[in-house]
Design a protein around this ligand. Structure first.
Ligand code: SAM
Length: 309
């Protein structure tokens, strides 16, 4: 049971029990095509499989965590408090690539993190350290990009932010050694998953209402057509004998039922919501092709039914 390194919108920590309750009794490899912060992946610590995300900087971070955790921790330890003055020995101590005034060390770090989208240059280890640093010191742990791919979340207010997370990075590194890491569209899993495997899809949620926007994880959103592609991919995997779990917003309930999945509504409290302050309880659904009788906890339930009778 490893804690995730990042706070991530749509993080699944509140849903872990509901997800595990729908796991098949056994499976071979584990695949997570929308890994994000990887709440379930890190908690599960699978022995083999794949993870993927469309966000290139997130995927690059996981590669650095896997391959050079100690150097990553060293970089993080060298960073200063977000509210301190910019470091004159580093780039962007006064103005950003785009000529904006740099008010504090946080905004200097943010400008450095944006080298890849704005200048096309970056050092993967430094960028990975900057992603962890910004995630731990930015407003509400949000990840949001502007249309040009620039990370644009303002500084957060923390009494004593801890951006090093030494233990988590070392443990996460061991878990990541077991899996292949992709930076692709989720459909890669159609190549990767074989009969007997388990796939957990946690896509950007379909908005509950026209004003709710849970889809802006990165510059390219996830639209209705993508949601349809996902149902098709899940159906193909089902035909192939792969166990599939999907979480999504309540509005998708009927479509997963129509596609032949077992669907349940679960109450989840969203830790990061669209306007960033409230913590609203919203309906989510979990769809799966794993029949109740074949679930991991089916044995437990059968036993308690027996006791009652
Ligand atoms: C709901 S979040 C996953 C949250 C994750 N389960 C967690 O615990 O943090 C959805 C993720 O899908 C990624 N994404 C968006 N479009 C994608 C696509 N077409 N293929 C793969 N990943 C995509 C986003 O970058 C985001 O990290």
């Amino acid at each position: 049971m490893v804690e995730p390194i990042l706070k991530w919108a749509g993080g699944k920590r509140q849903l872990l029990d509901a997800l595990y309750a729908r796991f098949p009794e056994s499976f071979d490899r584990y695949h997570e095509p929308f890994v994000g912060g990887g709440a379930l992946f890190f908690d599960l610590e699978p022995e083999s499989g794949t993870i993927n995300d469309a966000n290139p900087r997130l995927v690059s971070l996981y590669e650095r965590v896997r391959d050079e955790p100690d150097r990553l921790v060293e970089r993080l330890e060298s960073f200063a408090d977000p509210e301190s003055d910019p470091d004159p020995t580093l780039p962007y101590a006064e103005t950003t690539q785009r000529g904006r005034e740099v008010e504090s060390y946080y905004y200097q770090q943010r400008a450095r993190f944006n080298d890849r989208p704005y200048t096309g240059e970056y050092d993967p280890l430094e960028e990975a350290a900057l992603l962890v640093y910004l995630n731990r010191t930015c407003y509400n742990g949000l990840y949001r990009e502007n249309a040009d791919g620039g990370f644009n979340v303002p500084i957060g207010r923390y009494a004593d932010p801890d951006w090093v997370k030494r233990g988590r990075i070392r443990r996460a590194s061991e878990v990541l050694e077991n899996v292949e890491i992709y930076n692709s569209d989720f459909e890669y899993v159609l190549e990767a998953a074989e009969s007997g495997d388990l796939v957990y899809f946690d896509p950007p949620y379909e908005p509950m209402s026209p004003t709710a926007d849970f889809t802006s994880y990165s510059a390219d959103g996830f639209d209705r057509e993508d949601q349809e592609r996902l149902i098709e991919a899940a159906t193909t995997l089902d035909d192939r004998g792969v166990s599939v779990l999907i979480s999504n917003s309540g509005v998708t309930y009927d479509r997963y039922v129509e596609a032949g999945f077992h669907v349940d509504t679960v109450d989840a409290t969203r830790a990061i919501n669209s306007d960033g302050d409230g913590r609203d309880a919203v309906d989510e659904v979990i769809a799966t092709n794993v029949p109740e009788s074949a679930r991991l906890d089916a044995g437990q339930r059968a036993l308690s039914t027996f006791d009652d009778g």
